[in-house]
Design a protein around this ligand. Structure first.
Ligand SMILES: Nc1nc2c(c(=O)[nH]1)N[C@H]1C(S)=C(S)[C@@H](COP(=O)(O)O)O[C@H]1N2
Ligand SMILES: [Mo]
Length: 370
């Protein structure tokens, strides 16, 4: 990295109190689409409905030419083609992935970046080689502290030119379910999801799941690259070291009930019984229970959580009967994991990360006979 470029690195910007979404934020939002919330109905999100987050450009990759190199503090440096990886023992893991910036646009003041509301989530079945097998084959040196994962995409971010890179400690990288994935939902990875190879770190926010993976390097110190020490830190003030963003905090979402108004997306239902449904997940601890409120969080009712299907890293479906009466209602839902419930009010940080405050869904119930 060129020090003169690094010297002029700027912190992310915070919007003025009544500043609207800019054309730049709109351009990012149009590239990096969310999951339409009605797709919460699927156990596994169809590929085209899964959210997307791409910092730079999608690289053009030719699978036959692709190699991932494994080097640095290893006894046996490797260069593996996708065919080599397909020849190793495979495993498939169902994973709910969520962008760490999900909920950012709901914060006040708003950190200026990809302006997610609540839709930066999706669940996929990833197939690949457990990272541990590859590290074992490479003979990781006991002096290795971090592994640096490098993608083939390149850009500039807050004045720092870089390849997309993330570090993971050796301890964090050794979990059995961490994959070098070459398939998504049973087919090859689509270009936008990392073709031909990506890292999958179940339970962690999206930034850790490096796409277009071309290199893994073992180093003897904690990685100090941009995406670990500048971006993806929970900090309130410029210059604070902050805490790293890691495990996904608990969140529940509703399948939008009834039908929408085109422009406002406001929901309309008819009076009577409505079966509310949705999904709940948490990376940091297993989901325990879900509650729903029809009065904006004043009173809560227990939702039925579907029996645990045994996919620890994927969301769980819940349902709740609600009797809608004519008028305006504010629906909300919260999940509790072993560490507690999601909050009603968000915790603010400069990056707008990990805002898992409850979703609010205004609903109009029509008069009888309409
Ligand atoms: N190489 C590379 N990997 C990346 C990114 C990126 O921009 N480049 N974005 C990360 C972020 S911030 C997220 S949230 C997830 C999104 O994965 P998806 O687009 O497959 O949903 O990819 C992560 N991996
Ligand atoms: Mo992200």
């Amino acid at each position: 990295m060129d020090a003169s470029i690094a010297d002029v690195s700027r912190p992310g910007r915070i919007a003025q109190p009544d500043e609207g979404i800019s054309m730049e934020e709109l351009a990012l939002a149009a590239r990096n689409h969310g999951m339409p919330l009605e797709a919460l109905r699927y156990d596994v999100t169809p590929v085209g409905l899964h959210y997307l987050l791409i910092h730079y450009d999608i690289p053009l990759a030719v699978q036959e030419d692709w190699h991932v190199t494994v080097g640095g503090l290893v006894g046996n440096p490797l260069s593996l083609s996708v065919a080599d990886l397909r020849g190793m023992p495979a495993s498939t893991v169902r994973v709910t992935m969520e962008c760490a910036g999900n909920g950012r646009a709901r914060l006040a003041p708003r950190p200026v970046s990809q302006p997610w509301l609540v839709e930066a989530v999706g669940t996929a079945e990833w197939t690949g080689v457990p990272l541990r097998h590859v590290l074992d084959a490479a003979g990781l040196d006991p002096s290795a502290v971090d592994l640096v994962f490098t993608g083939a995409d390149h850009g500039v971010e807050r004045s720092i030119e870089q390849d997309y890179q993330r570090g993971l400690s050796v301890g964090d990288a050794m979990r059995d379910e961490i994959l070098l994935a070459y398939e998504m939902n049973g087919g090859p990875l689509p270009p936008q999801h990392g073709f031909p190879l990506r890292l999958v770190v179940p339970g962690w926010y999206g930034m850790a799941h490096v796409k277009w993976l071309r290199d893994i390097t073992a180093i003897d110190r904690p990685f100090d690259g941009f995406q670990n020490v500048e971006a993806y830190r929970l900090r309130r003030e410029i210059g604070e070291p902050g805490e790293p963003v890691t495990w996904i905090a608990p969140r529940a979402l509703l399948v939008p009930p009834g039908f929408p108004d085109f422009m406002s997306r406001a929901r309309v239902v008819r009076p009577g019984e409505v079966i509310l449904e949705g999904r709940a997940w948490s990376g940091r601890a297993p989901v325990e229970r879900v509650e729903v409120s029809a009065d904006g969080g004043e009173t809560w009712m227990a939702a039925d959580l579907e029996p645990d299907p045994g996919h620890r890293w994927a969301w769980r479906r819940w349902t709740c009967r609600w009797t809608a009466a004519p008028g305006s209602h504010l629906l909300t839902v919260r999940v509790f994991d072993a560490d507690g419930p999601q909050p009603v009010h968000p915790d603010w940080n400069r990056g707008g990360f990990a805002n898992n405050a409850v979703q609010l869904v205004p609903v109009t119930c029509l008069p009888e006979d309409q």
